[in-house]
Design a protein around this ligand. Sequence first.
Ligand SMILES: Cc1cc2nc3c(=O)[nH]c(=O)nc-3n(C[C@H](O)[C@H](O)[C@H](O)COP(=O)(O)OP(=O)(O)OC[C@H]3O[C@@H](n4cnc5c(N)ncnc54)[C@H](O)[C@@H]3O)c2cc1C
Length: 483
Amino acid sequence: MSQYDVVIIGGGVVGASVARELSRYKLNIALLEKEAELAFGVSKSNSGIIHSGTQNPLGSLKAKLCIQGNALMRRISGELGVDFKEVGSLIVAFTEEERLELLKIKQESEALGVPGLKMVDRVWLKAREPNLSGEACAALYAPTTGIISPYRLVYDLCENAARNGVEFHLSSKVEKISALPVSGPKSGPRFEISTPQGIFKARYIVNAAGLYADEISKMAGVGGFEIIPRKGEEFLFDKKREHLVNHVLYPLPTENSKGILIIKTSDGNPMIGPTAHDVTDKEDLSTSDEGLQEVLESARKMIPTISEGDIIAYFSGLRPVTGHDFIIRHEDALPGFLNVAGIQSPGLTSAPAIALMVRDILKSNGLLLKKKIFFHKHQREENHLFAIPLDKTKRLVKKDASYGDIVCRCEMVSAKEVTDAIERGATTLDGIKFRTRAQAGRCHGGFCTTRVMKILAEKTGRRLTEITKRGKGSEIVKEERAN
Ligand SMILES: Cc1cc2nc3c(=O)[nH]c(=O)nc-3n(C[C@H](O)[C@H](O)[C@H](O)COP(=O)(O)OP(=O)(O)OC[C@H]3O[C@@H](n4cnc5c(N)ncnc54)[C@H](O)[C@@H]3O)c2cc1C
């Protein structure tokens, strides 16, 4: 049985950010994740936008954390070498009434502290967004909006936290939490956490379990909120449409979402979506024809040339909704237990600020925070051929020929990148896809899946029948036969 100062439940962007922030201090920390790999929850299926903070309710926690998170993200991504691109965004108006609404959003956002906002007119838009509908009459430009790879961010945060001493336990679903009697030393454990991999004792628990945070909270004996999944369907375009838009384009926000967007992604494929409909099943990641039609209709209002034929992938994600705001608090009725729940959008953006808030709550509830003398803040460099110029690729191939062995032709991913991903922790096909983009192109892995499986089997000493898409139960090959 292992004993920790802090156990974090959930290996999404929130748990990962908290883990990295706490790894600056002399603490024993473990992160427990139920899936076979990190970032397999909500953090794998979102729009990857680092929002500027323009569409959040005044006075809300998420409004404050979104703006702080946006500022922190550029520093963290620089330290970790995650590709953060500050592309800017436009909220587009089509009528005089909508233009007046934008002025209101501008005023409210400035009051919140969103920097650099500017109203732009038809002439500005025509010069910078040539594919935008001629019906667009004005837009609110936010220069600080950025784009990032959400899963690569989680992997880099966790790799860095591990380098600074945090333990990561995968396939470790928390099944039971028991409060221990409060006798013994002041620094002794207060909780026993049961998982299939064993029992973990902790003085503090940070519940960052995404869609399941309500169930974890109830398991510990604290109720008080329910999570309603709000589905967002998204549709990804072929890279040949990379220059469809130059900014992230938003319509005016709706009652329950930022509306259907045209998104530049950090990997180059534009994306349209997401829808926003409440569902009952926390595992329902299906996409629908109605979702596609809704997204196409709305997106074409902004970019009329959008063609269904350019779509290469559909996916959906579920926002963990608990009402209108995030819940981030110490549960005084259960000392040592923190809920970080209802982290719907803009949770990706806010994650670094959430981590600071969690650190401060832990401190004000008795956790002693002593800084380590040495904190490794930088991540080692990672090369992605799709993101570097040809002369750099040539230099890499000269140094290591396996950079010239292209495994995924759609996305230009080499054997070296696949083996690097495995050495850095990928154990499944999806883990390799999220880290490298191999299998994420137009052919959906039709060409490269078998090769990726072979490399994974060779590197990990597993049989092909043991290779899975995303963990136990998703095996691809039933039996191996000798030739
Ligand atoms: C369609 C869509 C688009 C979005 N777009 C954006 C955007 O552009 N910008 C933005 O800022 N935000 C966006 N968001 C919101 C953002 O994705 C989330 O706020 C964020 O990913 C939440 O991270 P998390 O770590 O709280 O949750 P998760 O990533 O779900 O992490 C929780 C983890 O806990 C694990 N877990 C659950 N139960 C247990 C258990 N019993 N034991 C152990 N582990 C457990 C899960 O497996 C999961 O890995 C979007 C969301 C959606 C759905």
